[in-house]
Ligand binder design. Structure first.
Ligand code: DGJ
Length: 329
């Protein structure tokens, strides 16, 4: 190879390395915009949550149809290595064509959340199961050997006879998992310790904020502090979020006010909380997930993902960003 050729191949190699480097830049997150999956279709995983398992993120959420708020398909699962490019893994839990089933096509199936149980090796899904007029107020449980499903539906129940509507799951560092749900006509939130296999409630629970009417709970932990973001109760319409902090899941929760700041903060930027993703707790990297419901065309609801900003152990804020990337966390 003469020296001209050597220079040329070095330039081409450098260009290639540079291009590859550019490709590893995270894609932008644009809250409120369409979010295409690997098929170019807007992600259909509403009221959902993200579980991290073995190097992959799994986003579970409600499959919404345009004409009805009822579940016509079931719970969707998407997977991603980088939190921005999502592959449609299909229906993780399908509704059933059986009128006597709790998850019959057309039922209300909302806010599915999945956690992995290291003791049983099972993925466990809990969700809000209801009748068309929300009077059933129950919770449903399903299990799977694989994160993408198919999940097997086990049962629905009211925890110790108590109503259960909007909900989330939280798995703590010690392996204990909690079901957090709106009860007593949505007036009170319950934090309920689950059995070791995560399939049932134990007798240990805590009722928080009686009479405050909070729903859409999302829980995360930073250092030794627990944080809970909730919404008020106004159907599909946005309202003001609130966050609370505690030193233990079943301890005293203290309301801290609205975490959202800036324009439209009193309406949660048009969204409603659903989950907080713990990306890198050592470096305070957390993403708050909200649903921006489109109540007349629910499939066209959008997602709002924003960084949680920490100011001290008891002070967080969330501010609107038209566009940001994981590098900004
Ligand atoms: C508010 C809840 O947070 C949603 O999950 C859904 O149940 C709507 N209400 C229905 O109006």
């Amino acid at each position: 190879m003469n020296s001209m050729n050597k220079i040329l191949s070095t330039v081409i190699l450098l260009g290639f390395i540079l291009l590859c480097g550019c490709n590893t830049q995270p894609s932008p997150i644009r809250s409120g915009e369409l979010w295409p999956d690997n098929n170019g279709e807007h992600i259909n995983a509403h009221g959902g949550g993200v579980m991290y398992h073995d190097g992959t993120y799994y986003w579970f959420g409600e499959n919404k149809c345009d004409t009805t708020s009822s579940a016509m398909v079931g719970v969707m699962c998407y997977s991603s290595q980088n939190l921005t490019d999502w592959k449609n893994e299909g229906v993780a839990l399908a509704v059933e064509d059986n009128d006597s089933s709790d998850i019959t096509r057309g039922c209300i199936l909302e806010r599915p959340k999945v956690v992995y149980n290291a003791k049983t090796g099972k993925f466990v899904m809990w969700m809000h199961i209801d009748s068309y007029n929300y009077s059933k107020a129950a919770t449903g449980v399903a299990v799977s050997d694989s994160p993408t499903g198919g999940f097997k539906y086990l049962h629905s129940l009211r925890p110790y006879g108590e109503e259960s509507r909007d909900m989330t799951l939280f798995k703590d560092g010690d392996g204990k998992a909690y079901h957090v749900y709106s009860a007593k006509g949505n007036s009170t939130l319950y934090i309920h310790l689950l059995s070791d296999d995560y399939l049932e409630h134990t007798e240990t629970y805590k009722a928080v904020f009686p009479g405050k009417f909070r729903e859409a709970p999302a829980i995360f932990k930073r250092q030794d502090k627990y944080y809970m973001i909730t919404s008020g109760c106004s159907g599909w319409d946005p309202n003001e979020a609130e966050y609370a902090i505690a030193d233990s899941m079943l301890g005293e929760w203290t309301a801290m006010g609205n975490p959202c700041v800036g324009e439209n903060a009193d309406r949660t930027f048009g969204g409603q909380s659903t989950h907080v993703i713990t990306v890198d707790p050592e470096n305070d990297k957390y993403i708050a997930m909200f649903d921006k419901w489109n109540k007349l065309d629910l499939i066209n609801s959008r997602y709002i993902w924003l960084p949680v900003q920490f100011h001290s152990a008891d002070s967080i804020t969330i501010e609107w960003k038209d566009e940001w990337s994981l590098n900004d966390l």
